[in-house]
Each structure stands twice: as structure tokens, then as C-alpha cells.
Write a protein that binds this ligand. Structure first.
Ligand code: FCB
Length: 487
């Protein structure tokens, strides 16, 4: 099977114990017909609808040994042969630690309102705790000032998968103490930047980090231990609650949310569709509800019981995890298809997208209706909070060759997903903004530089940035506020 078919994004090869159990790697065809696109009545975005781009520290900054930064789990993971597809690493990435002003100029040049970046925990606290490294915070202070000088709103993610290695050595997210350390780190950031940095995203796609990093071992910290799952999930939820409290403690007027990888978990069709629904519901509990429910309802879905047994959840934790948020960040790329497999310990296996479905570079179904579905579900089941699409985008076909500069396929993908956003707004979803992933082709985790998502290409030898057709398209959209109807 092509590796992408079992990538983190397809959630393949799950080996979950307990209720959700382990999964076989087999694919079954799915007869669910391809979804049609959603057509909004109006193509006009409201004036205050935020248009931005998103990035992450480890994927862009480089400068790993500069200004007192400590190592993160990704520094360790990327060095192990076989972990990164092309054998590359992020020691330079897009060199954005040094070249951030160029990035800011590109964002401003596209007329965008906002930039979502992440702060590297191990620049702020090189060992994850203890004394604050002022030089690390200085960098983000400069970045925030540079953005504000151009009228761009900074949105900072506190944790985008790069846990300080020193905390990992103490058990990482499986250690309850890490939750407390996240709150300390949040406090250090807001203490220094809170006068200018108003928008905070606590965690990025905690589901991916928990499952792919701790069960599948395909990403840092590279663990394959299903027994850690309950603790990791819970401590991330708990840490998030504590971090929100820490940010709010200063009494500043902040805009605080978190970012979830929301994927519709769809049962494969065919004669077993009813049974497949059991498997897709099980995955949905772990992938979507185990993060939405604690934050917005103060509960865990029943399917998490087995993972959380043994005193993982302490008295008072549920109340701590449930925090008022100003927005829910939704990252959406594709739905996932699931089938029941009695031979698999957990009875869950991944299924192929419907026959004839249009696929992205990862072999996932390109289906804008999935974005609509998740936005609408957040509205219906979670009290219609404000939402931001904090990531959406598509990769060039995988490869080590140059980027495709005339990237019409990307424009089409973005246009169709933005139609879904407009349609969701018309259906009553309070979607306030959209961040495209990503500004510049960067280090795509375990795929290294073989996967390119940027609106801007980068020559890895010279660092020179070259805008693609999609950059010009997004600029037109940002400036006009009207979504073109083609391509
Ligand atoms: C998301 C991650 C982001 C990037 C995109 C392509 O899952 O949050 O860092 O890898 O996928």
C-alpha cells in the first residue's frame, strides 16, 4: 500500500487498544457517492471576515540553535533515519526565524488580515519549565511588532506539536505535570507579549499529536504505545484548560481559542454499512468528541472510558477542562472513511474513499461538504460558538521536484472550500475567518519537503520566495471580499 494511504491524515493503521481496539490495514471500497459542492447564495464575505494564512514554528523557523532555544521532540525525531521521508530536517526550513520580515511583507502584499504562527515552547523555556529565556520571547516580540506595523493581526498557537525534549524525558504528555507546565508557559508568553498579542490558540490538532505521535509512532515523539493514549488525551485537555485560565488571569482583553483537526468519520458503504457505522462512531469519539466535549461540555464521550480508567481523571479536572472560549478553530482537509473489521483487535479499519472520488496528494477525498458538515456539527451540538477555519489547503503531488507555480488545482481546492464556508455561514454557522495552510512551502513533518502546501514557493538553496498563482488569487479575494465562481 502506498504510504500516503496509511498516513496520519488518513488515520490508517490505527492500533488502538480498549474500546476502539487495533485496526487492520486493509482497505475496502466505499460506495458512498462523491459529494457535490456547496453553492452559497452570495459570494460576498462580510467586511470583518478574517482572511489569513497559517504556519507553525518547527515547520518554518529553522535557527534551531539560536538565541538559547532548547531541543524539542521534533529535533530528536527528525534525526532518526527513516523518520522523515526524504531524509531531510528542519534545521533551515523556510529560514523564517531570520527572514520573518520577508514573510510579513508577503502576507501584507497579499492584503491579508491575519497571520497564524506558532510559538516554540523551547525558545521561551528551553527545558520546558523554569527560567524564561528572554531572547526567545524577543523574537516573537519582533514578529508581533512587524505584523502590527502592517496592520496584520497576529494569532499565536502555543503548542503546535514541538514539546520541549526535556519535558518528554519526564514522560511528556503522559505525565500530568506537563499540563501544569503548559499553563506556566502560557503565562510567560502573555506576560511578555499580552500588551500587543491578543489572539491565542492553545493547542494545534491535539488528536493528531496524541494518536500519530504516541500510538502510530509516525511523528514525534515517535511512540507506539496505546496504553499512553488516555493519559495523553487527558493531560492535553487539562493543560489546555489550565493554560486558558492562566491567560485570562491577567485580566487582559484576549481572544482565546484552540484548534482541532475535525474530520467527518464516515462508514464505508456496501452490505456492511450498518456495522461500519459502529467503527466510524468509535473513531469519531476519539478523533473529534474527545476534544470538543471536554472543552465545550466538560465531559468525555463514553467510548473514552476504557482509556481513561485507572485514575487518569482527577476530581475537578472536568471543570478545569471546560473553559469559555472566544472561538473554536477548525482545521479541515478531508473526511476519513472507516469500516468494521472483526479481525482487528479494536474492530476499526480504514476504508478507501468512495469509488470515483476525487483524491488529493494524500489519497484523501477532496470533499468540501466535509468542512460544511463539521462547522454545522459544531453549531448544532456545541452551542453555536464562533469558529475560525484555522487551516485548510492542499499539497502539490508528492515529490522532490520544484513547486508547481501555476497551481490552478490549489485555487480550485481553496475556492470550493471557501464556498463551503460561505454556505455554512448562510446556514447559521458563526464562521468568522479562514486561514489558508500555508504561506510558504515548508517542512511538512514526516514528509519532509516532499509535500508542498504554500501559496509561495521557496528555493531551498537561496531561500528566495516566489509567489504562485494561488497567492495572486488569494490576494484578489482578500482585496475584493468576493469569492470568484471559477476556476
Ligand atoms: C495539519 C498540521 C499542519 C500541516 C498541515 C498540512 O495537520 O496542523 O502543521 O502539517 O496539516
Amino acid at each position: 500500500m502506498e504510504r500516503s494511504g496509511v498516513s496520519r491524515r488518513a488515520l490508517g493503521g490505527l492500533a488502538l487498544g480498549g474500546v476502539l481496539g487495533g485496526a487492520a490495514m486493509g482497505l475496502s471500497g466505499c460506495e458512498r457517492p462523491a459529494e457535490t459542492d456547496l453553492k452559497p447564495k452570495s459570494r460576498q464575505f462580510p467586511k470583518d471576515f478574517i482572511r489569513g494564512v497559517a504556519s507553525a514554528a518547527f515547520q518554518t523557523e529553522g535557527a534551531q540553535d539560536v538565541d538559547g532555544r532548547g531541543p524539542s521532540v521534533w529535533d530528536v525525531f527528525e534525526k532518526v533515519p527513516g523518520h522523515v521521508k526524504d531524509g531531510s530536517d528542519a534545521t533551515v526550513a523556510t529560514d523564517s526565524y531570520r527572514r520573518f520580515q520577508e514573510d510579513v511583507d508577503l502576507i501584507a502584499g497579499a492584503g491579508l488580515d491575519a497571520y497564524r504562527f506558532s510559538i516554540s515552547w523551547s525558545r521561551v523555556l528551553p527545558t520546558g519549565e523554569g527560567a524564561v529565556n528572554a531572547a526567545g520571547l524577543d523574537h516573537y516580540s519582533r514578529l508581533v511588532d512587524a505584523l502590527l506595523a502592517k496592520g496584520i493581526a497576529p494569532y499565536a498557537t502555543l503548542f503546535h506539536w514541538d514539546l520541549p525534549q526535556a519535558l518528554q524525558a519526564k514522560g511528556g504528555w503522559a505525565n500530568r505535570d506537563t499540563a501544569l507546565r503548559l499553563a506556566d508557559y502560557a503565562q510567560a508568553v502573555v506576560g511578555r507579549l499580552g500588551d500587543r498579542l491578543k489572539n491565542y490558540i492553545i493547542l494545534n490538532e491535539a488528536a493528531v499529536h496524541a494518536v500519530v505521535g504516541h500510538v502510530l509512532g509516525e511523528q514525534a515523539p515517535g511512540l507506539k504505545d496505546v496504553n499512553l493514549l488516555g493519559k495523553v488525551v487527558h493531560h492535553m485537555n487539562l493543560g489546555q484548560g489550565l493554560a486558558i485560565q492562566a491567560l485570562r488571569a491577567g485580566g487582559r482583553d484576549l481572544n482565546i481559542g484552540t484548534t482541532l483537526a475535525l474530520q467527518p468519520c464516515r462508514p464505508a458503504g456496501g452490505p456492511w454499512a450498518v456495522w461500519n457505522r459502529l467503527a466510524s462512531d468509535g473513531l469519531d469519539a476519539l478523533w473529534n468528541k474527545a476534544w470538543l466535549d471536554p472543552l465545550l461540555k466538560g465531559t468525555y464521550p463514553k467510548a473514552m472510558d476504557d482509556f481513561l480508567k485507572g485514575g487518569v481523571v482527577h476530581d475537578g479536572d472536568l471543570a478545569t477542562m471546560r473553559q469559555p472560549v472566544d472561538f473554536v478553530g477548525v482545521n479541515y482537509y478531508a473526511p476519513v472513511y472507516v469500516r468494521l473489521d472483526l479481525a482487528a483487535p479494536g474492530k476499526i479499519a480504514m476504508a478507501a474513499p468512495p469509488k470515483g472520488a476525487e483524491l488529493d496528494a494524500f489519497g484523501r477525498h477532496i470533499d468540501p461538504s466535509g468542512l460544511y458538515e463539521m462547522l454545522d456539527r459544531v453549531r448544532r451540538e456545541y452551542g453555536a460558538p464562533k469558529t475560525l477555519v484555522t487551516e485548510n489547503g492542499c499539497s502539490d503531488p508528492f515529490g522532490t521536484g520544484p513547486a508547481i507555480l501555476d497551481d490552478q488545482f490549489r485555487i480550485t481546492y481553496l475556492r470550493r472550500h471557501l464556498e463551503a464556508v460561505l454556505a455554512a455561514r448562510e446556514a447559521g454557522c458563526d464562521v468568522r475567518g479562514y486561514f489558508e495552510w500555508t504561506l510558504i512551502d515548508n517542512f511538512e513533518w514526516d514528509l519532509g519537503y516532499t509535500s508542498k502546501f504554500g501559496l509561495v514557493a521557496m528555493d531551498r538553496t537561496t531561500g528566495v520566495r516566489t509567489p504562485k498563482a494561488s497567492y495572486a488569487w488569494f490576494k484578489t479575494l482578500a482585496e475584493s471580499g468576493v469569492l470568484p465562481s471559477s476556476p
